[in-house]
Design a protein around this ligand. Structure first.
Ligand code: ARG
Length: 572
């Protein structure tokens, strides 16, 4: 694809001596309103260098470059040079490129030879997989797809919370009050109820806590009975999590969670000690971080047991040694900001020069309309219930509109659209923003939503079906772009052209919502094009050109939806 900014910078460079081409590039703007041109160059900054008034400079540049074959016209407006590309040539360039790339449009090889780890979801065993976890799960899965798309080798890791003293409590509670079948039937709800009961009973019977500690020590020492129970809790919980991952179409390369590092920590405790970073405090060991404005980080407790951060230190080094990552990305709630600041600082103090390649990607809090979620008070919304609720509602809508549709098709579409609605909603906001979960909002399919974009894609597919294979084949072979110069066609071309840059930006900022917004823009521009222009017209050449445009829009939307982990059904 032609890099227009590059070509424009080449044209402008000889006109403004004293400015590097790179700087000129960075000054070129894309006006939001295409009435101001496809590109604009502001001349304010040049006044000092050229000792002339900015409008004069703009006028000079506009005159000097206006005849280039790339432009339809170049205008000076105040201090700006506004450049309008030749619409047919631009449409030809963009649409042919997108049609040729097909559903791969937007992929590139930026990351070739580099490995990026994306850690996401990472729920805790035997704890609810609730609506709060959807953020890490969905944002992380999308970031992983975006990096894939940029040509990186991506390793997806689920750092399960499957270790810690709470498992001692859980085992004690299960032995006292547990029932095997209940756990099998509803593992997480059941295990959670034991855990809650443990805390209630322990109020009156402090020996329970001692028993739990002793049990955890047995587990750490690998005693077979404790080990087997823990393994069973883990397996059952994972089955439940996997149901949700399957619904979302999410996969992992590794489930190495906290327990995986249990035998790898002594090396790091020793290393911290040797590097003079540990300080003793009543039998516990900690790293002081006062010099960095951070509170001390506890590495081992007085009974010798390790902590969350100790396991994260081990995990980072293990990942570097195993995958030699270029970046190691952690998609974890902003509540853990302090933890990740301490942890990166410690890695740096340990002398690991790759410490800053470890990146915490935080996101805001989800609360419920009646307050924040509380596992202990039973105020949680289970993610699985939300997904099922969305599928149920979608099924109802489809059946209402389409009473004769066959059951299997209805089911497939209900899943793709219902789950897609939840995911898309999640990826529409800047990740750092807090938000309040509302059933009404998630299940509202009007406006800038996943179903709207999916529906637009299905509409494009339906136009292509009506056009027929023959016309589609001809459109792929070539077309006359003079039919793609209307305002809405041009706007759509512009958005299609920008998609690859948008994906790069989303990757650099770890911000899938940038892709979400752009895909909504493309869908809206496509619907405007569809509204403004007749596509399947009698004139064969015109029809072929417009079908090429539809093909291009369809591919761009499809790839965009895929980056957001949404399916793109061909019929809806
Ligand atoms: N299990 C933790 C939780 O649910 C999240 C783990 C985040 N990852 C990490 N490497 N510390 O809060």
């Amino acid at each position: 694809m032609i890099n227009y900014v590059d070509r424009i910078a080449d044209l402008i460079a000889p006109q403004v001596e004293g400015l590097e081409k790179e700087e000129i590039r960075s000054m070129i703007e894309t006006p939001a309103d295409s009435k101001m041109g496809d590109y604009a160059f502001p001349c304010f900054k040049l006044a000092k260098i050229l000792r002339k008034a900015p409008p004069m400079i703009a006028k000079g540049i506009a005159e000097a470059i206006g005849d280039d074959a790339m432009f339809e016209k170049v205008e000076q407006v105040n201090a700006y040079v506004n450049m309008f590309l030749k619409k047919d040539a631009f449409a030809k360039e963009v649409v042919s490129e997108v049609v040729a790339a097909g559903d791969d449009y937007g992929k590139c090889s930026l990351g070739e030879g580099k490995t990026v780890i994306v850690e996401y979801s990472s729920p805790n065993i035997a704890k609810p997989f609730h609506i709060g976890h959807i953020r890490s799960t969905v944002i992380g899965a999308s970031i992983a797809k975006i990096y894939d798309n940029l040509g990186f080798k991506v390793v997806r890791i689920n750092h399960l919370g499957d270790y810690g003293t709470q498992f001692g409590k859980m085992i004690v509670a299960y032995r006292r009050w547990g029932n095997k079948q209940d756990v099998i039937d509803a593992p997480i709800k059941t295990l959670l109820s034991y855990y809650t009961k443990f805390h209630v009973e322990a109020e009156n019977d402090p020996t329970l806590e001692d028993e739990a500690r002793a049990t955890f020590t047995k587990l750490e020492n690998g005693e077979p009975e404790e080990q087997a129970l823990w393994q069973w809790f883990r397996d059952e919980s994972l089955k439940e999590f996997s149901r949700v991952y399957d619904m979302l179409g999410i996969t992992y390369d590794s489930y190495a969670g906290e327990s995986f590092y249990s035998d790898k920590m002594p090396r790091f405790v020793k290393e911290l000690e040797e590097k003079g970073l540990l300080e003793e405090d009543n039998g516990a060991q900690l790293v002081r971080l006062d010099d960095y404005g951070l509170t001390p980080a506890l590495i081992t407790k007085s009974d010798g047991s390790t902590l969350y951060i100790t396991r994260d230190i081990a995990a980072a080094v293990y990942r570097k040694e195993t995958y030699d990552f270029y970046k190691n990305i952690y998609v974890v709630a902003s509540q853990q900001n302090l933890h990740f600041q301490q942890w990166i600082q410690i890695l740096e103090l340990m002398g690991y020069d790759w410490a800053r390649s470890c990146i915490h990607v935080p996101f805001g809090l989800v609360s419920l309309e009646d307050g924040t979620m509380s596992t202990r008070e039973g105020r949680v919304v289970f993610l699985e219930d939300v997904l099922n609720g969305a599928v149920d509602k979608t099924r109802e809508i489809i059946k209402e509109k389409n009473p004769d549709a066959d059951a299997e098709t209805v089911e497939d579409i209900a899943k793709a659209v219902g789950i897609g609605a939840v995911v898309f909603n999640e990826l529409s906001n800047y990740r750092i923003k807090d938000y309040v979960f509302s059933w009404e909002h998630v299940l509202n399919f009007e406006g800038e939503t996943g179903p709207y974009v999916q529906y637009t894609h299905a509409r494009a597919c339906s136009i292509l079906r009506n056009a027929g294979d023959d016309v589609v084949a001809k459109a792929k072979a070539g077309f006359d772009a003079k039919y793609l110069t209307g305002e809405s066609a041009h706007e759509l071309s512009r958005l299609l052209y920008e998609l690859p840059e948008v994906i790069v930006e989303a990757g650099e900022k770890y911000e899938p919502s940038i892709v979400t917004r752009h895909i909504v823009d493309i869908a809206q521009a496509f619907n405007k094009f569809y509204h403004d222009e007749h596509i399947l017209v009698d004139n064969e050449d015109e029809k072929i050109a417009k079908v090429a445009m539809v093909l291009a829009a369809k591919s761009a939307i499809r790839n965009g939806l895929d980056l957001l982990c949404l399916k793109a059904p061909e019929k809806m």
